[in-house]
Design a protein around this ligand. Structure first.
Ligand code: GLN
Length: 303
């Protein structure tokens, strides 16, 4: 398979797309990004890496950080984490508060905001935010094999000033006794976690530990890799998860910065970035690009 040729074809195809989606504006610091930017990078099971577009340009990984936070939390708490957060798709927007009251402050899954806030709170309960963020960065840098990965403090500040929905979620969860730390402390850590910046080159390498292929970094056990991938497939795109599974057929986790990390188990780790989002808050062209790549490469978890 000529992956470089496939990537060139994908790049050309998305370049012709007139509708690039809408950039997220609810985090003011992210609102000015150029929607014309596009990048894609693929690491194959033989360790080779292939990229197109602006693949060395760092972008805000936002909710993709929830994958790394979950891996850390499972390492720290093991299956005890599942007393505090569920494993079901929510069918609702990433920042929805609707189910929380019915389900008594236990968020549906670790990838919606409510669930990710609980995951961060769970890892934090033994650490100061600074220590947790240091550990998270160490995890991501080790996974990527690259120390040049940082938190953009202006983005974290911007979200701290404007993230009223997340404050509402955290306080609501705390009222049900499912938040151990003061909401400000947990959210401070959560906003900084979301403000990690990575390029597609770095993100594709950071996803290698989820490939389950020999020779790739082994940061969590094979059983956990399967479970993280299962959650990415069922919940990684919020109320767009079913459509992503239908179109792409691979586990993926999106972020409102326009990035998506996609895993073809045993075969590839894929990062794509296009800042314009669809109605569910997932990268519009990123989804189209990875759909085309998966089809051309013949990658799917469904046979
Ligand atoms: N930091 C963002 C938020 O909490 C992350 C959301 C996302 O990427 N979907 O709203």
């Amino acid at each position: 398979m000529d992956i470089a040729a496939i990537l060139r074809e994908v790049h050309e195809s998305v370049g012709q797309s007139a509708d690039r989606g809408a950039v997220a504006t609810y985090i003011p610091e992210l609102a000015d990004i150029d929607p014309g930017l596009f990048a894609m990078s693929v690491v194959l099971a033989d360790g080779s890496q292939h990229s197109v577009g602006d693949a060395a340009m760092p972008f805000s990984i936002q909710s993709i950080s929830k994958v790394f936070a979950l891996a850390l939390a499972l390492g720290r708490l093991g299956d005890r984490l599942w007393f505090r957060v569920g494993r079901e798709p929510s069918g609702l927007a990433f920042n929805s508060i609707l189910q929380l009251e019915h389900e008594k402050g236990i968020p549906r899954n670790p990838f919606i905001n409510a669930g990710a806030i609980v995951v961060t709170d769970a890892v934090l309960s033994h650490h100061a935010p600074r220590e947790y963020l240091g550990e998270l960065l160490r995890f991501i840098r080790t996974a990527a094999g690259d120390d040049d990965i940082h938190i953009n403090r202006a983005v974290a500040r911007s979200e701290t000033e404007s993230g009223h929905r997340n404050f509402a979620l955290a306080h609501f969860i705390r009222a049900y006794g499912n938040l151990v730390n003061p909401p400000d402390l947990t959210l401070g850590a959560y906003f900084h976690q979301c403000a990690v910046e990575m390029s597609c080159d770095q993100l594709a390498r950071a996803g290698r530990f989820l490939m389950g292929a020999p020779g790739m970094p082994r940061l969590v056990s094979p059983g956990r890799v399967r479970r993280i991938n299962a959650l990415m497939l069922t919940c990684g795109h919020y109320d767009g998860s079913g459509d992503f599974a239908f179109r792409v057929g691979l586990p993926g986790k999106s972020g409102v910065g326009g990035g998506i990390l996609v895993i073809a188990p045993g075969r590839a780790s894929i990062a794509v970035w296009s800042p314009g989002l669809n109605a569910q808050g997932n990268s519009k062209l990123g989804t189209e690009a990875v759909e085309l790549l998966a089809r051309r490469a013949g990658w799917s978890v469904f046979g």
